[in-house]
Design a binder for this molecule. Structure first.
Ligand SMILES: Cc1cc2nc3c(=O)[nH]c(=O)nc-3n(C[C@H](O)[C@H](O)[C@H](O)COP(=O)(O)OP(=O)(O)OC[C@H]3O[C@@H](n4cnc5c(N)ncnc54)[C@H](O)[C@@H]3O)c2cc1C
Length: 425
């Protein structure tokens, strides 16, 4: 149903099949790993009418460059040999793929495929929504306390740690750990404890009042309690060209995309912890980095700042702000930046841009009224209870001062011990 191809085989695929969807994936790319099971399961439903192929981006760079694929994963849809619809890049939702696939087929076919999918109801004691370190710690404690626990994540477990280059401050490891390995240890520990995993699923509806979550449009999971641990996501700049060039030169994930900038020039937007720490990874590949920071100084921790300022490849432009991203017919991108002191505006030519300008809590899916602070972070009591009875929140999504792996794990521990006492099992 799903076939791996090389770049010289695409032409033949397009000649032989009217409808083709192509997945450009990379290694060490958490969003690619999260996409893989969704892509495979859709291939089983749509495989008779649409050809599903995947291609290793690093091994087929020529075609990736020709198609201007600069983010992993990227899904490209073809009809009668021509690219159609919207390209999907990065953390891709199943519903978005389904929308594109349906647009390639006649209405009767789509209706036949829908009929094959039957609704299901699943019961568990506790739903842990979000599998970052906070959610993983909570589920390990719950499962070890013999509480039936289901961990639900729209991606693979691990959260932000998965895309972190190196973690050196999580106790228990003498040497710095690669983020994805630390995530792997945590999720394997949760599996060994007996936590049930529903990962890389589309979370369509979350009813916190009734403790029900609808997955992939057909599976309703019902529980007694819910622990919310959906963390935080990168903030967007919301300026011209940012959306348009996402995946075509603009990235929010150094772990996923830094390796494509070997010997190339890169602009990093931001000057806080993430921007400065990720510049170390990007500097291993890029020939030159221009870091654009709106404040008069970098705001990362001192040690990281010192390493960044000592790196001869990194040029820091303080008190500058990006105003837009453009391309003028070539592969290069132009970043329009304003000097905040003189208001002079100039263009910087670059091969790619990484944006690290802070985080926002992942609460968009919450429709029930829940108490938050002025920035939208969920308020909890000292046992991590939210304002909704039976609903706890942990990790980066809660209103607190310090957002780290250890603090998320600590919150998860507290919530799970408190929650386990209240579960009727
Ligand atoms: C680049 C970078 C480097 C960092 N370096 C360090 C470091 O060195 N040391 C340190 O201690 N901390 C570091 N941090 C911070 C640390 O990663 C976070 O504090 C920590 O991951 C928070 O854990 P969490 O469980 O609250 O949420 P997250 O890690 O954000 O995980 C949230 C999970 O919820 C899932 N999710 C989101 N929305 C939904 C939904 N609607 N339904 C289902 N699932 C959903 C996500 O897919 C994700 O898996 C770093 C962060 C970044 C971005």
């Amino acid at each position: 149903m799903l076939t791996e191809i090389k770049q010289d085989q695409l032409e033949k695929e397009l000649q032989e099949h009217e409808n083709v969807v192509l997945d450009f994936y990379s290694t060490e790319c958490p969003p690619c790993e999260a996409l893989a099971p969704k892509f495979e399961s859709l291939a089983t439903f749509y495989g008779e009418d649409i050809r599903f192929v995947k291609m290793f981006r690093q091994g087929n760079r020529e075609l990736a460059d020709k198609l201007d694929v600069k983010g992993s994963p990227t899904l490209v849809f073809f009809k009668k040999g021509k690219e159609i619809g919207e390209r999907l890049v990065g953390g891709i939702k199943k519903a978005d793929i389904v929308r594109n696939l349906n647009s390639m087929l006649p209405a009767e076919k789509v209706s036949d495929i829908r009929k094959k999918i039957k609704p299901v109801v699943t019961h568990t004691d506790v739903i842990v929504l979000g599998g970052g370190p906070g959610g993983l710690a909570a589920s390990i404690y719950l499962a070890q306390a013999k509480v039936d626990t289901m961990l639900i994540d729209q991606a693979l477990p691990g959260g932000q740690v998965t895309t972190t280059h190196q973690v050196s401050n999580y106790p228990g490891f003498i040497e710095p750990q690669q983020g994805f390995m630390l995530s792997h240890y945590m999720s394997e520990q949760a599996k060994a404890a007996g936590v049930k995993f529903k990962v890389a699923v589309d979370v369509n509806k979350v009813d916190l009042q009734n403790k029900e979550v609808l997955l992939d449009g057909y599976e309703t999971v019902k529980a007694q309690k819910i622990i919310i641990s959906t963390g935080a996501s990168p903030r967007y700049l919301k300026i011209e060209g940012e959306k348009e060039y996402y995946g075509k030169g603009i990235s929010y994930c150094a772990t996923c995309d830094a390796k494509y900038y070997h010997d190339k020039e890169v602009v990093i937007i931001g000057g806080g912890n993430t921007a400065v720490e990720e510049s170390e990874l990007i500097s291993k590949f890029a020939s030159k980095i221009t870091m654009i920071q709106q404040l008069p100084q970098l705001t990362a921790n001192k040690a990281a700042q010192e390493r960044c300022l000592a790196d001869p490849k990194i040029d820091v432009m303080l008190e500058h702000e990006p105003r837009g991203f453009y391309k003028n017919g070539s592969d290069k991108m132009l970043v329009k930046v304003e000097n905040l002191k003189t208001h002079e505006v100039k263009d910087i030519e670059t091969d790619g841009v990484f944006i690290f300008v802070g985080m926002k809590p992942n609460t968009d899916y919450i429709n029930n009224p829940i108490e938050t602070d002025d920035w939208g972070y969920i308020k909890v009591d000292d046992e991590m209870r939210t304002s909704i009875p039976g609903v706890y929140a942990v990790g980066d999504i809660i209103s607190k001062k310090y957002r780290q792996i250890t603090t998320a794990v600590g919150d998860g521990t507290i919530a799970s011990i408190a929650c386990a006492k209240e579960v009727d099992n």
